[in-house]
Design a protein around this ligand. Structure first.
Ligand code: AMP
Ligand code: FE
Ligand code: FE
Ligand code: ZN
Length: 279
């Protein structure tokens, strides 16, 4: 079994990179992909412990990218299957962190205007450079303004929440070009979260992404039921997209999702999937 989509506490997960490697070993994972939001810091720290324990570590990253004509960003995974990403790509990624800070400043202002007493410095103490909404959620829970993560997203800054503010991330074509130049594979993350209910519209949307430079699709994910897996497998075949999969493990920040096995054991991704990606 493998898991190609996980987060450490260098982004919005709660496990350190070392803990994640230990857990992966403990449950017998044959390969672990670390795909933190906007940073390689977790992957970099996991390289040595993974090597020492004989775990096959895959370098990944999850980027929030903008699409023309769509006001919400979508998540794109990039995998560096043969080598870690080069310095110029890392520099570009570091530059993205400013768009996150800008969003965070506007989110703090919005929350304050709703009567939630919160300062940027407080939430940045929790999330450090990669402060994201899950860190805001943790702070709101601590302060008694939300019962749990879900409640915080629903009541405040989830996509349909009253405090939602858009982040001005990179455009998808730029992100695809950068990743490809750096030797990486671009993958549409958790397509179910596009929220496109009409099957034909979803198919057409993914075809457009493929035409724009996307090379893969995350067929296996904790949020995908059997029908979703079947539908996305067929789309992958139809558009000649590489197939990836992972749990999207975030530790305690996503209580229902387990490393490797997903939600209520709905995942068991075979090693052969990674072999096919590398081939
Ligand atoms: P951000 O990167 O700051 O835009 O925050 C987005 C992240 O929040 C996602 O990658 C998820 O990890 C997390 N997230 C989104 N919705 C929820 C939710 N309802 N409950 C908990 N975490 C969530
Ligand atoms: Fe996340
Ligand atoms: Fe995501
Ligand atoms: Zn993720």
């Amino acid at each position: 079994m493998i898991d190609l989509h996980t987060h450490t506490n260098e982004s919005d997960g709660t496990c350190t990179p070392l803990e994640l490697v230990d857990r992966a070993r403990a449950i017998g994972l044959e390969a672990l992909g670390i795909s933190d939001h906007d940073t390689f810091a977790g992957y970099d720290q996991a390289v040595e412990p993974a090597r020492a324990s004989g775990l096959d570590l895959v370098c990944g990253i999850e980027l929030s990218v903008r699409l023309i004509g769509r006001h919400r960003s979508i998540h794109m995974l990039a995998y560096f299957l043969r080598q870690p990403p080069p310095l110029d790509f890392r520099d570009w990624v570091n530059g993205l962190i400013e768009t996150r800070r800008d969003r965070n400043r506007r989110l703090v202002a919005k929350l304050q205007s709703m009567g939630v007493p919160i300062e940027l410095a407080e939430v940045e103490r929790i999330g450090r450079t990669l402060t994201g909404r899950p860190h805001f959620a943790r702070l709101l829970i601590q302060k008694g303004y939300a019962a749990d993560y879900d409640d915080a997203f629903r009541r405040y800054f989830g996509e349909s929440g009253p405090a939602f503010v858009e982040r001005h991330g990179p455009a998808i074509d730029e992100a695809c070009a950068r990743v490809s130049q750096a030797g990486g594979l671009t993958v549409l993350a958790h397509p179910i979260r596009l929220g496109i209910l009409d099957v034909a519209a979803e198919d057409a949307f993914i075809q457009d992404l493929r035409d724009g430079g996307l090379r893969g699709i995350e067929v296996y994910h904790s949020d995908h039921g059997p029908a979703d897996v079947a539908r996305y497998s067929a789309i992958a075949k139809k558009y000649d997209l590489a197939i990836t999969g992972g749990s999207d493990f975030h530790g305690d920040a996503k209580p229902g999702v387990s490393l490797g096995t997903g939600r209520n054991g709905n995942l068991s991704i075979p090693r052969s999937l990674l072999d096919a990606l590398r081939a």
